[in-house]
Design a protein around this ligand. Sequence first.
Ligand code: ZN
Length: 113
Amino acid sequence: MFGNKISRQLIDIIRDTAVRNRARRIRKITLVAGDEAVISQSLLEHFALMSKGTPAEGALVEIRKENSRVKCEACRIFFKQKSGDTHCPRCGKKGIEFVLGKKFFIESLKIEV
Ligand SMILES: [Zn+2]
């Protein structure tokens, strides 16, 4: 059950984030996914089912498809390249272009505390 594993991972990440931020509820989750990522409608339905009783219950999931992001090794963040510039917006170091492909990550969570 591939979808099962992904939604479980998602819920784990979301639950950790909720605990860290003392969130009572997660309102919205924004995911950035590569072109080949298998985030389908059924995965989202499964996620909705599995998040019942967790702070993520009823959260809105938004998926943004992107080919690549730039990764800063120093800050461990992903950011969007701006007109060919791959310098990190946080520390100013040059980042490495990272093709997302099948990968996805959570870009932001809207929480209620
Ligand atoms: Zn940086």
